[in-house]
Design a binder for this molecule. Structure first.
Ligand code: NAD
Length: 381
């Protein structure tokens, strides 16, 4: 099968990590009989330099013609002093809104090889883990293009009051809940809805909509938590969670909290998904694809850019999410995850995930060597 993948390598370490990830994708294609056609698109700082805008209209249009988007990172000190509407981050927001990707999926799992990087004690991790292991494996689904970040905001005439508005329609809640239920179906079948329904009317509405939607997923165990309790439970017993779904604001905060528990920003992937029937989806008539934007959660890391020091695993794991969520290629996605695990088992580490001073048999490698190791591990699966 052929798939078209828009590539925005972006700025800083973006081109290095995206380069490693596409080589891995091609290895998956060779092994399982798929062809990934790449369309390189300009956005972020590079686009500002070449066109004066962070997201030229033709870039968004080019991405919409593809089946999915893989992005490295946008931004850097060079563009920090530009006015807000011209900054690289505008490119990111423009892509999310323009592609209609309303659900942001961020997995946070503690790999046994990186146990040292998690700040929680063994007994805390084991307490909530049904297998009695010091680990956790959860997925946060954050609503991405609604709520407080997109609601009415302003200042009073006298300048002494400011307001932001949390507003959600039934449609906005229902679609992100369905994405979360679908994700839970492929995992441990538990969904926790996080809100502040004891105070907020919008949260009570989320619960009302969830009561309806949950009937369509009888095999999924649905639970509810207030966000303050959820923030506490994440550090008290993270193993109790499978999938968490929540609003834009709560998801922004909780997903950063969860990412810290896994130890390294260089390992964390993300997917932002639209609807299967969105205008930017399913461009190929012979298959069903879901438009998605896939990116590591880290930024452009200007301090290490161009030095072959960046950890490419977050971007490589983002391509696994692309195969799973946009193309429905579960076997291929699992192959990438297995390959990453085997490479870590073999002791290969980029500098950011090295267990300095612990005396373990590790070999420190650069971006390219890490990418090549994953590629070879895929060939040997
Ligand atoms: P950052 O994530 O780029 O870097 C934070 C720290 O983590 C740095 O020390 C960096 O070297 C390290 N790091 C990040 N990714 C790494 C990797 N793959 N391997 C090894 N080490 C890694 O965050 P920042 O420094 O706050 O931001 C730098 C620039 O990136 C800013 O311009 C910011 O606006 C932009 N940014 C972009 C995105 C995005 O495109 N989605 C996200 C966050 C920040």
């Amino acid at each position: 099968m052929n798939y078209s993948v828009a590539l925005i390598p972006g700025d800083g370490i973006g081109p290095e990590v995206v380069g490693a990830a596409t080589e891995v994708l091609d290895a998956v294609g060779d092994k399982y009989g798929h062809i990934f056609n790449y369309v390189e698109v300009l956005a972020g700082g590079k686009a500002i330099d070449e066109t004066g805008e962070p997201l030229p209209e033709e870039s968004l249009e080019a991405v919409k013609q593809c089946d999915a988007l893989l992005l490295g990172a946008l931004g850097g000190p060079k563009w920090d002093t530009l006015p807000g509407h011209l900054r690289p981050e505008r490119g990111l927001l423009g892509l999310r809104a323009g592609l209609g990707v309303f659900a942001n999926l961020r997995p946070a799992a503690l790999l046994p090889q990186l146990r040292f990087a998690c700040p929680l004690k063994d007994e805390v991790l084991i307490a909530s883990n049904s297998e009695g292991k010091p680990s956790f494996d959860l997925l946060i689904v954050r609503e991405l293009i609604g709520g407080l970040y997109f609601g009415n905001r302003g200042r009073s005439a006298d300048g002494n009051t400011a307001f932001d508005t949390e507003s959600y329609s039934r449609h906005e809640i229902e679609r992100v809940l369905r994405t979360a239920y679908t994700a839970a179906s492929g995992r441990r079948k538990k969904l926790c809805i996080v809100d502040k329904a004891n105070i907020l009317e919008s949260s009570r509405f989320w619960r009302e909509v969830a009561a309806d939607v949950s009937k369509d997923y009888p095999d999924i165990e649905t639970s509810y938590l207030y966000v303050d309790n959820a923030a506490m439970q994440l550090v008290r017993a993270p193993g109790q969670f499978d999938v968490i779904v929540t609003s834009n604001l709560f998801g922004d905060i909780l997903s950063d909290e969860a990412s810290v528990l896994t130890g390294s920003i260089g390992m964390l992937a993300s997917a932002s998904l639209g609807a299967a029937d969105s205008p930017a989806s399913g461009n190929s008539s012979d298959k069903k694809t879901v438009m998605g934007m896939y990116e590591p959660i880290h930024g452009s890391a200007p301090d290490i850019a161009g030095k072959d020091l960046a950890n490419p695993l977050a971007t490589i794991l983002s391509t696994a999410m692309m195969l799973r969520y946009s193309f429905g290629l579960e076997k291929e996605a699992a192959a990438i995850e297995t390959a990453v695990n085997r490479v870590l088992d073999s002791g290969l580490r980029t500098k950011d995930i090295a267990n300095r001073g612990a005396g373990t048999a590790e070999k420190i490698v650069g971006t390219k060597e890490m990418g090549q190791a994953v590629l070879k591990a895929i060939e040997n699966i």
